[in-house]
Design a protein around this ligand. Structure first.
Ligand SMILES: Cc1ncc(COP(=O)(O)O)c(C=O)c1O
Ligand SMILES: NCC(=O)CCC(=O)O
Length: 438
């Protein structure tokens, strides 16, 4: 039986017999909204089509990579051409140099860049590098921030763990979990207190460049510069995780919005999603003296059979080269139209809400004001989300199936796609208004 011949529910039943929970990443399950995840047949531009042939406007964008929309013809062509020359060489290529140079051009504080395959690898390598650079073990991360699924970073993490209300993952040795100090975000005193107590043992602070995995939190101007200065004063590094924000919220990512340099700037940045154009590719970049500690130059080991894969490099490079100012202007317009329509629809039904936003990235909170911490995010009227989500799905719009995830627009969302989102909103707002707690 092919995917096309079966119904979605039958496919999910088969999936559950072959794959734990039927999904290859927990955020794809409809855990917090109920129902059956939609199995996808294809996607093009702003639209995604399930195996039953239902086309919806997509506001997930593969969780971020699809900046230009799905199956952009130039990216598909670049990948096809690369494939015809060979799928993987395990040896350097010119494309890798082009992509590393493009990253440095956009984010000059990333003086050296190493390509890896996933955001998880990028952050895992970044913390190893910080530990190698400082000779220290401890790491500060913020409550609810998600940096992928390596052991030290799954402590008090957002994204799927927030959705499933999991305090952490089992299978992580206590000895590793205890190297991670978890602090509330946005709290300078907590950071100062942690450094006062453990300052000479802290290798790095890792922070989401704009926290986006417990809903979106727009960073308070100056807070990340404060983190950098505090870390530096104690001989530690700042790692800015731009896996989600990089090349999406601004041509130069969150760093382009904050524009920090010198003592105020992060030492290492991680990238993913957009930089791979929809293929498995991510990167870390940073100060030359720190990055050059990576093997083969230095003592910090990092490797990968498929690192810098030529198909992934072709996709990422093509996407970044096409992502010009007009693309970012369009992303902003799309976000303007959808956030305005979303707010109007919820206001018309008397539903308390906030829509935090950074660049074209935004999320919906059922709360009077935008959450600033994980505790705030958990305290909102979460019960309104499942009916809202399903009404949007029925109305032809695919949203992230969790209130703790951000919404992703693409430059391919044309006026027709936006109109379809706006048309679905009133019924979804009514469903949210009618929802009852518990
Ligand atoms: C901020 C952040 N860092 C790291 C990751 C991990 O990336 P990946 O899923 O590619 O491993 C994600 C998302 O998945 C993310 O949002
Ligand atoms: N914002 C969270 C993610 O992008 C996670 C994607 C995944 O884990 O599949």
């Amino acid at each position: 039986m092919t995917e096309q011949q079966t119904t979605n529910d039958a496919l999910f039943d088969r999936a559950k017999g072959a794959i734990p929970g039927g999904v290859n990443s927990p955020v794809r399950a409809f855990g917090s909204v109920g129902g059956t995840p939609r199995f996808i047949r294809s996607a093009s531009g702003p639209y995604i089509t399930d195996v039953e042939g239902v086309e919806r406007v997509d506001l997930v964008a593969s969780w971020g990579p699809a900046l230009l929309g799905h199956a952009h013809p130039a990216i598909v062509q670049a990948v096809q051409e690369a494939a015809s020359r060979g799928l993987s060489f395990g040896a350097p290529t010119g494309g890798e140099v082009d992509l590393a140079e493009e990253i440095t051009r956009r984010v000059p504080i990333a003086e050296r860049v190493r390509l890896v395959s996933t955001g998880t690898e990028a952050t895992m390598t970044a913390i190893r590098l910080a530990r190698g650079a400082t000779g220290r073990d401890l790491l500060i991360k913020f409550d609810g921030h998600y940096h992928g699924h390596s052991d030290a970073l799954l402590v008090a993490a957002g994204s799927g763990l927030a959705t499933l209300a999991m305090p952490g993952s089992s299978g992580i040795p206590d000895a590793i979990a205890h190297t991670t100090i978890v602090l509330p975000y946005d709290d300078e005193h907590a950071v100062e207190a942690a450094f006062a107590e453990h300052g000479d043992r802290i290798a790095a602070i890792i922070v989401e460049a704009a926290p986006a995995n417990i809903g979106l939190i727009a960073p308070r101007p100056g807070f990340h510069a404060f983190l950098a200065r505090t870390a530096h004063a104690h001989g530690a590094l700042l790692i800015s995780d731009e896996v989600l924000t990089g090349f999406r919220v601004h041509p130069s990512g969150m760093w382009g919005i904050e524009g920090t340099t010198g003592d105020d700037a992060p030492d290492i940045l991680t990238f993913g999603k957009v930089v791979g154009g929809g293929m498995p590719l991510a990167a870390l970049g940073g100060r030359r003296d720190v990055m050059d500690l990576l093997a083969p130059l230095g003592p910090v080991y990092q490797a990968g059979t498929l690192s810098g894969n030529p198909l992934a490099v072709a996709a990422g490079l093509t996407q970044l080269r096409l992502a010009d100012d007009a693309v970012y202007a369009r992303l902003d317009e799309v976000a303007d139209a959808i956030t305005a329509g979303l707010s109007d629809a919820l206001t018309a039904e008397g539903v308390e809400h906030a829509i935090p936003r950074v660049g074209s990235l935004f999320s919906l909170a059922f709360a009077a004001s935008a959450p600033r911490t994980y505790d705030d995010a958990k305290a909102q009227a979460i019960f309104r989300h499942a009916p809202f989500f399903h009404a949007m799905l029925d109305g032809g719009v695919a949203l992230p199936p969790s209130l703790f995830e951000s919404w992703f627009v693409t430059a391919s969302h044309d006026d027709a796609a936006i109109e379809r989102v706006l048309a679905a909103l009133p019924a979804a707002a009514r469903a949210a208004a009618a929802a009852q707690p518990g």
